[in-house]
Design a protein around this ligand. Sequence first.
Ligand SMILES: [Zn+2]
Length: 259
Amino acid sequence: MIFELLKQQRRRRLRARPFPKDWLTLIQRHIVFFHRLSASDRAELLGHIQVFLAEKRFEGCGGFAITDEVRVTIAAQACLLLLHRRKDYFPDLLTILVYPSPYMVEEKRQVGEHVWEQGTVGRLGETGRRMGSLVLSWGAVKHAAVDPADGKNVVLHEFAHQLDFENHAADGVPRLATREQQLAWSEVMRSEFASLRAADESGIPTLLDTYGATEPVEFFAVSVEAFFERPHALRGRHPKLYAELQKYFNQDPVEYSAE
Ligand SMILES: [Zn+2]
């Protein structure tokens, strides 16, 4: 309890600290959505970035050097998920590992009923519930920051997974305040997931990335990407899904979207 109080106090102090000028310059130069936020949202975001950067460790991989540009560009996008909410700054996450470009992993995947394919594939990012870390490819991070409306954002995607883990399960359901909210959430997600699966199987074009049809965990992450990157289209085509995400995030990206 006392530890929690001290943590909150420390975070309040961090948020109130003057924001470093050169960090602000980097944000203004690289984060396109920043210019579209209201003045109060911009101020709130900068406060969260201070806490985030004080609490998370960054490590360069594959010879990559971590600079302030890297730290700030990742933090600004991740902290968009925290605006207007009771937040705990991704409590399970300690370290962010950054590769210069897509990193190669060995992957086995099913391509037919009894056919598996093994090979090396390039990845843009990943995280896991018990990893304590989150991996990103810098090329994809930079792209996500300058193109806020293509529906893809690896930073939002991986940090959405971290929100999913806050209720101690990787199940596509983040921490929701009431039982009522949980029920509403499950109902909407179940039917939206089923229709994405059906569309994917029959080859119907979808707004949501069909990677979300693989499992509910990925469905949540790609929905978050669409919510922030294509809010007009998502609200028009999936109003119930949009409404659940709007309640959870307590914000309406339609108001500041570049879409
Ligand atoms: Zn994912």
